[in-house]
Design a protein around this ligand. Structure first.
Ligand SMILES: *[C@@H]1O[C@H](CO)[C@@H](O)[C@H](O)[C@H]1NC(C)=O
Ligand SMILES: *[C@@H]1O[C@H](CO)[C@@H](O)[C@H](O)[C@H]1NC(C)=O
Ligand SMILES: *[C@@H]1O[C@H](CO)[C@@H](O)[C@H](O)[C@H]1NC(C)=O
Length: 349
């Protein structure tokens, strides 16, 4: 008798542990789990949505001035201010974006405006990545970068760290020729193979409870790659709640199940060792449960029999059946008890 709940408990425990181990399923977009600390990061709250509209379709006046627009980062000496959003495109509708197809305009996650033109510096990306402990979000595929030859005129040295050139000295001339050819081509017409503007946002945790998300511009390399630093309480990471496969109802059910098991096992042990009960009587509160069971079966018999007769003459019949049945039932119970007692005694020997 005691073995059944125990094995059930063991089976249940193995089930829950296997459910916890099955965390290989793909993550929600815009979330990441740190490989070093195993903390769970969800950047979705950092997404800025379109402005909340009231019933008349007018823009609601909200306490937060910035609500309903994307995140802004001052460019300072860069000469342009940046607009950035997380986990989705920017809220602002872009009419014209330099060197970007019409259907990709809706995907722009970061841009800036300069001389009346809108330059995209990256399309949306829902996969933050970890570089060591740093949480990085990169946006690629923006407007075309200014051609490298024009940059070369401005800057005396270009940042070219291609390892091939360092190792293979002979190839230098060929590469230079090739580069020159490419630059000439690019000058004539911008080809799709050219580099596009991209941005990299390094996200830092701001655990101050009053902290707000903020994005600041750090640097731009060759007007092509833009670096930002984001500070947010949402970049602090937390426990992965979704790993729990059970909902609130499931958790409640598990608690009830465990309570019932503890009641059964503990009650049996108590009745057996302290009260020296045997047979069905070692079940906790046997009298009460037996009474309930008897009542239920009696009710069932009363109802079915009255239905079978198609007559609502419940009074006379039920009394008779109740008396007969309970007598028969108690006799049967006694038989069962005796049988189990015999088994118990054999088992004890
Ligand atoms: C950037 O924004 C600041 C105010 O936030 C404004 O004073 C400045 O003129 C803007 N710069 C450009 C280039 O638009
Ligand atoms: C652009 O966004 C749409 C949905 O908004 C998506 O289906 C499409 O794949 C995105 N394209 C790129 C290149 O990200
Ligand atoms: C940009 O993010 C993608 C994943 O979305 C990743 O595969 C790629 O390595 C990242 N690039 C850089 C330069 O971090």
């Amino acid at each position: 008798m005691q073995l059944i709940p125990l094995s059930a408990l063991l089976a249940f425990l193995s089930l829950t542990s296997s459910a916890a181990a099955a965390s290989d399923k793909p993550l929600k977009p815009c979330t990441a789990i740190s490989p070093t600390t195993a903390r769970f990061f969800d950047l979705n709250p950092m997404h800025r949505g379109p402005p909340a509209k009231d019933d008349n379709g007018k823009k609601k006046k909200s306490k937060d001035e910035d609500e309903g627009s994307s995140w802004h980062a001052k460019g300072y000496d860069y000469g342009a201010n940046f607009t950035v959003n997380f986990c989705g495109p920017v809220v602002e509708e872009l009419d014209k974006v330099v060197d970007l197809d019409k259907d990709l305009r809706k995907n722009v996650s970061a841009y800036y405006e300069q001389d009346g033109k809108t330059y995209a510096i990256g399309l949306e990306n829902h996969e933050p990545v970890f570089r060591g402990r740093k949480l990085i979000l990169n946006y690629t595929g923006g407007s075309l970068c200014p051609s490298s030859s024009s940059r070369r005129d401005l800057l005396p040295t270009t940042l070219d760290l291609s390892p091939r050139e360092i190792v293979d000295g002979d190839g230098d001339d060929d590469d230079d020729d090739k580069n020159k050819d490419k630059d000439d081509k690019n000058k004539k017409k911008p080809s799709s193979s050219k580099r596009r503007k991209s941005s990299i946002i390094s996200l830092l945790c701001d655990s101050d409870p009053l902290a707000k998300t903020s994005v600041s511009f750090v640097a731009a390399v060759d007007d092509c790659v833009y670096f930002f630093e984001g500070r947010s309480p949402h970049a602090c990471g937390g426990v992965h709640v979704e790993k729990q496969a059970l909902g609130p109802g499931g958790v409640f059910g598990v608690i009830v199940l465990i309570a019932v098991l503890v009641y059964l096992v503990g009650g049996c042990v108590y009745q057996r060792t302290v009260m020296h009960q045997r047979g069905w009587r070692q079940l906790p509160n046997y009298q009460m449960w037996a009474g309930i069971a008897r009542f239920a079966t009696d009710m069932f018999i009363i109802l079915t029999s009255s239905c079978a007769r198609f007559l609502p003459s419940r009074r006379g019949y039920s009394r008779v059946s109740l008396g007969q049945d309970s007598r028969g039932r108690s006799r049967r119970n006694d038989d069962e008890d005796r049988l189990i007692d015999n088994l118990d005694e054999e088992w004890d020997d």
